[in-house]
Write a protein that binds this ligand. Structure first.
Ligand SMILES: [Zn+2]
Ligand SMILES: [Zn+2]
Length: 123
């Protein structure tokens, strides 16, 4: 009998590597930080998806002539994460974006694994 709402049994958050969620039904979802950032469900990002525009982000352009050791694109790391009630997670991305609330249902929906990509969200 399928759960109406997916519930995680175990959550593993690495600020630099990504987020792994083991669900009660035995399924495991693994999310890269960049993927979570791209799928951010907040109003700003959703609007941006709909219009095909990227939200205006302050791009750190390396000044010509100064060699920066590594150019790190923003949004590829977390600076923090916290639980929102008992139903969601909130991520703080390194581009200072943190308005997305990722509910369990949403996280399960966007599970990037092959099995989930092939199937409709409802099982
Ligand atoms: Zn967002
Ligand atoms: Zn999956």
């Amino acid at each position: 009998m399928p759960d109406i709402q997916p519930t995680p049994a175990k959550i593993d958050i690495s600020l630099s590597q990504g987020v792994t969620i083991q669900w009660r039904d035995g399924h495991t979802s693994r999310y890269e930080i960049k993927y979570l950032r791209d799928e951010c469900p907040c109003a700003t990002c959703t609007d941006a998806h709909n219009t095909g525009e990227k939200p205006t982000s302050t791009k750190a352009q390396p000044t010509a002539g100064i060699a920066l050791p590594i150019y790190k694109p923003a949004g590829h790391k977390l600076t923090g994460a916290e639980a929102v009630g008992r139903y969601a997670l909130q991520f703080h991305f390194d581009d200072r974006h943190d308005s997305g609330i990722y509910t369990w249902t949403y996280l399960r929906e966007i599970c990037p694994c092959e099995a989930c990509r092939k199937q409709p969200a409802n099982m």
